[in-house]
Ligand binder design. Structure first.
Ligand SMILES: Nc1ncnc2c1ncn2[C@@H]1O[C@H](COP(=O)(O)OP(=O)(O)O)[C@@H](O)[C@H]1O
Ligand SMILES: N[C@@H](CCOP(=O)(O)O)C(=O)O
Length: 307
């Protein structure tokens, strides 16, 4: 029966000021998955390479999202899923989201695309909820739509696609520790001071305007998080040091990627992004923290079929 191979990208959620609403898609990091149509009904995860993840459909985010869609559509076939995981779980660049999005995207393609991208995101949210214990879509929306996205609401799900200014590059540094999204959410306060809320929503509005107008000064001025970062940065080795070196190297902004521990930096142009990469490498090399770095363009296409 038919099968397809897909690339399911890593994503950066929050984008500093937009906790649970903003995200963007990465070009160079992502998982591969094979989704196969079978005569035998049901969903089965038949192969996982790269990381040790559960094969049980109900325990793997790819299986949970696939099952939610399968139970609603009731197709006259089944599906097998193979996951070639490149994005380390718990790294803060949407590992669970890539799997949750990949299975529903692949099944939809094999069925002739009966669902639109928002409907796919809705099913993928069921899988994401298993990993993070909350139905947030700020990784899923950029993975499925590509580029920058804003989640206007989750119930009902409304996603707004934002423009990507040309020449915007991302530098990522990933200290080799695991932070589970559920744990990183559990440490956040339930209430925030009004003063901080005002600063934060002013930043979200001006960042969105900066993206629309390719106004790099405004983008730089808006990439600040006064609500979440003060609580989460304690979990990330040498966060303040990394941030100050990134800004000294010419970055537009530097913040925690998703729930961490990865840190992302946005820069104008590849040359600055690579200078930033070297500056960040120096910080962790001097302090003995094991790490990986990446430089990537923004992926405006999102999840895609390879073969
Ligand atoms: N297919 C999958 N891909 C990644 N993580 C998965 C998958 N299925 C289940 N998980 C679980 O989800 C958790 C990782 O998700 P999360 O903490 O949100 O990190 P990330 O930011 O990398 O998505 C881990 O406990 C992992 O075992
Ligand atoms: N908005 C969420 C995003 C989590 O992203 P992840 O890549 O760490 O899964 C949060 O900040 O909790």
């Amino acid at each position: 029966m038919k099968e397809i191979k897909i690339f399911s990208p890593a994503t950066v959620a929050n984008v500093a000021c937009g906790f649970d609403v903003l995200g963007f898609c990465l070009a160079t990091i992502g998982d591969e998955m094979i989704i196969r149509q079978t005569d035998k009904k049901g969903i089965k995860i038949v192969k996982i390479e790269g990381y040790d993840l559960p094969f049980e459909v109900e325990k793997n985010v790819a299986g949970v999202s696939a099952l939610a869609m399968y139970n609603d559509l009731k197709p006259d076939c089944g599906f097998e899923i193979e996951i070639y995981k490149k994005i380390k779980p718990g790294s803060g660049i949407g590992s669970s989201s890539a799997s949750a999005a990949g299975s529903v995207f692949g099944m939809n393609s094999l069925l002739g695309n009966p669902l639109n991208k928002t409907q796919l995101t809705n099913y993928a949210m069921k899988g994401e909820a298993l990993a993070s214990q909350s139905e947030h879509a700020d990784n899923l929306a950029p993975a499925i739509f590509g580029g920058f996205t804003l989640v206007k609401s989750t119930h009902p799900l409304q996603i707004i696609e934002l423009p990507t200014p040309s020449g915007l590059y991302v530098t990522l540094i990933h200290p080799q520790i695991e932070i589970k999204t559920s744990e990183s959410r559990a440490i956040l306060p339930k209430d925030i001071p009004l003063k901080n809320a005002i600063t934060q929503w002013a930043n979200v509005g001006s960042l969105v305007h900066g993206l629309h107008t390719s106004n790099y000064d405004l983008i730089k001025d808006s990439l600040n998080d006064v609500v979440i970062e003060p609580h989460r940065k304690q979990l990330i080795p040498h966060f303040d040091n990394i941030k100050s070196h990134a800004m000294e190297a010419g970055a537009l902004g530097c913040a925690i990627s998703g729930s961490g521990p990865s840190i992302f930096v946005l820069s104008k142009g590849e040359v600055v992004a690579k200078t930033v990469e070297q500056a960040l490498r120096n910080v962790y090399s001097e302090t003995g923290v094991a790490f990986e770095t990446y430089v990537s363009e923004i992926n405006t296409e999102g999840i895609k079929i390879l073969t």
